[in-house]
Design a protein around this ligand. Structure first.
Ligand code: IPE
Length: 256
């Protein structure tokens, strides 16, 4: 089985509130279907989540009740994004069902607790793809918080023990510096914890869940569970399919 996270930067325009990249999503879903591997898709929130989450500091938990309408609005927005992703997966013949973390799971001081996730396992066992996503999730200590798609990837990797976990992003992989503003930045084909420490690749847009470094940390944590992890650029046609097919392509592989 292969676990795939479609990053918010690929499926939305991170700078424009609720802008969905239907063309890219349709192509990525085709690549997933054509690869004909058993896959489970998770997706990020992009501009359907990060913009309001940042404005109302939802990642800090309950600070004042003025945040509450934003809790509902962000949950509404990311569910709408999820419906569009599920629709695109069904359009390429993949039976998919949205599993909203905010309605199914809780967090404990920022740590996701999915319990037995029995419904998720039962969907998967009959060949339906459960599609979870970054969401606002109730928290036992902080009242609520942000659950990222990366956290869900870690939990699902423990549950399904995938042979490969793929993080689909809008960059070719991890660079020695931010490639968007440093022309000297070089792609790192293989990242280890030591390599990661040396790199500053701060995300240049509002991102409440840590940007590329956070994603690489998640990837390394998942590798220690015995799974191979890859970050690949989903904006370039064919690269996701190549990774899924086990072919050589431009990407960054994580090694614990
Ligand atoms: C963020 O999820 C969830 C919210 C802000 C509600 P992710 O952190 O997985 O989203 P992307 O991939 O960075 O957009």
């Amino acid at each position: 089985m292969i676990l795939i996270k479609l990053g918010g930067s690929v499926i939305t325009d991170k700078y424009a509130y609720r802008s969905f990249d239907a063309e890219t999503v349709a192509r990525l879903c085709r690549e997933i279907a054509e690869s004909d591997q058993g896959t489970v898709v998770v997706h990020g929130a992009g501009s359907f989540g990060h913009i309001l989450a940042k404005r109302y500091a939802l990642n800090s938990g309950l600070v004042d009740f003025g945040q509450v309408p934003a809790v509902a609005q962000v949950q509404y927005d990311v569910r709408e994004l999820n419906s569009r992703i599920v629709r695109a997966l069904m359009d390429v013949g993949l039976p998919a069902v949205g599993v909203p973390p905010g309605s199914c799971f809780v967090m404990d001081d920022g740590k996701l607790d999915v319990g037995e996730a029995e419904a998720v396992k039962r969907l998967y066992n009959i060949g339906v793809m459960p599609v979870t996503f970054g969401d606002v999730v109730m928290d036992r200590k902080r009242t609520f918080g942000i659950c990222s798609g990366d956290q869900l990837m870690e939990v699902l990797a423990k549950m399904f023990k995938p042979k490969l976990s793929v993080f689909v992003s809008d960059v070719d992989g991890l660079y020695t510096a931010n490639p968007k503003d440093d022309p000297g930045a070089e792609l790192i084909p293989e990242v280890t914890p030591e390599v990661l420490k040396k790199i500053s690749a701060d995300s240049d847009v509002d991102d409440v869940t840590g940007g590329v470094i956070g994603k690489m940390e998640s990837m390394l944590a998942m590798c220690s569970e015995g799974s191979e992890c890859v970050m690949v650029n989903g904006k370039v046609p064919g690269r996701l399919k190549s990774v899924l097919m086990g072919e050589e392509t431009v990407c960054t592989r994580a090694r614990a």
